[in-house]
Design a protein around this ligand. Structure first.
Ligand SMILES: Nc1ncnc2c1ncn2[C@@H]1O[C@H](COP(=O)(O)OP(=O)(O)OP(=O)(O)O)[C@@H](O)[C@H]1O
Length: 279
């Protein structure tokens, strides 16, 4: 069984240097994903989810802060080390199945092609048949890709991302554009990969039904961790600097600059707006 790779970020900042202006996509993300976890990244459009995923995959370097995957501190690795990391340790599913696949090859040939860089990096890879069976695509290994329905194409994209048997699998909305039945088949496959190979999985999703099937969700808001969900329960997360991002619904009642008292009775902490509560 592959040992899943844990992910840890501290003070992660990413600024895109666009012409004429800079965009701060991430402004201090502190996040830990344990080896073998499945985590969903949620949050509004533009919050920084794809940027975070791209940094986890070693496809960009952060502007500041640290990101560690397993024993690899990505921000200080050389280009050659990053190449080997991307070839063997991490699998990435880009949004839209077609972007992950060579259309003139079969599913099996796509997996074989994807294994070439891991082999070059000196890593042993699983048989393509094993990968395709794990994702549930055994019946379509030799079919032309253009004959496959969208759900199976997405499974082929998943198989390609898993071709090197990576310790970390990253998916940018791997179930979007699928109807419910195919979406559930892809989700089942992700859970199977996690159970059988121990792969750590981080997926971006906008779909509340997908989020409900994930044991842990992390909401990214304005380039930071804005909250976490565990088994359907929502939590605010204390930042490394001691600040606590309040859920959006609370901010409607307590706009920026509001004064609150933080009050403790036994193990219950209460936030009391200025002038409210009992003295
Ligand atoms: N290549 C880029 N150049 C400049 N700005 C960028 C670039 N990519 C993303 N951004 C900006 O960075 C911020 C975060 O973008 P990102 O794509 O990470 O958010 P997201 O949460 O994944 O959004 P979505 O859910 O819409 O995919 C946004 O303001 C976006 O416009």
């Amino acid at each position: 069984m592959t040992t899943g790779l844990g992910v840890r970020t501290r003070g992660l900042v990413h600024i895109y240097r666009a012409e004429g202006h800079d965009v701060a996509a991430l402004s201090g993300v502190d996040l830990t994903v344990a080896p073998g976890e499945i985590v969903g990244l949620l949050g509004p459009s533009g919050a920084g989810k794809s940027t975070l995923l791209t940094l986890f995959g070693g496809l960009m370097r952060p502007s500041a802060g640290r990101v560690t995957v397993g024993d690899h501190e990505l921000s200080t690795m050389t280009e050659a080390e990053l190449d080997r990391f991307r070839a063997a340790d991490v699998g990435l599913i880009l949004q839209g199945a077609a972007r992950n696949l060579l259309p003139y090859l079969t599913a099996r040939q796509n997996v074989e092609f994807a294994q070439r860089s891991a082999r070059k990096a000196g890593r042993s890879v699983p048989g393509p048949g094993e990968v395709l069976e794990l994702v549930g695509l055994s019946d379509s290994v030799s079919a032309p890709l253009d004959s496959l329905p969208p759900g199976k194409l997405q499974l082929a994209a998943l198989a390609v991302a898993l071709a090197s048997r990576p310790g970390l699998l990253l998916g940018d909305e791997p179930t979007s554009q699928l109807h419910h039945t195919s979406r559930d088949v892809v989700l089942d496959a992700l859970h199977r990969v996690n159970e059988e190979w121990g792969t750590t999985i981080v997926v971006v999703t906008h779909d509340p039904e997908v989020a409900a099937r994930l044991p842990r969700t992390v909401t990214i808001r304005d380039g930071r961790v804005g909250g976490e969900g565990r088994q359907g329960e929502e939590y605010a997360v204390v930042s490394a600097d001691g600040s606590l991002p309040l859920p959006a619904v609370v901010v409607e009642d307590l706009p920026p600059g509001s004064l609150v008292r933080v009050h403790r009775v036994d193990d219950v902490w209460t936030i009391i707006p200025q002038g409210g509560g009992q003295e």
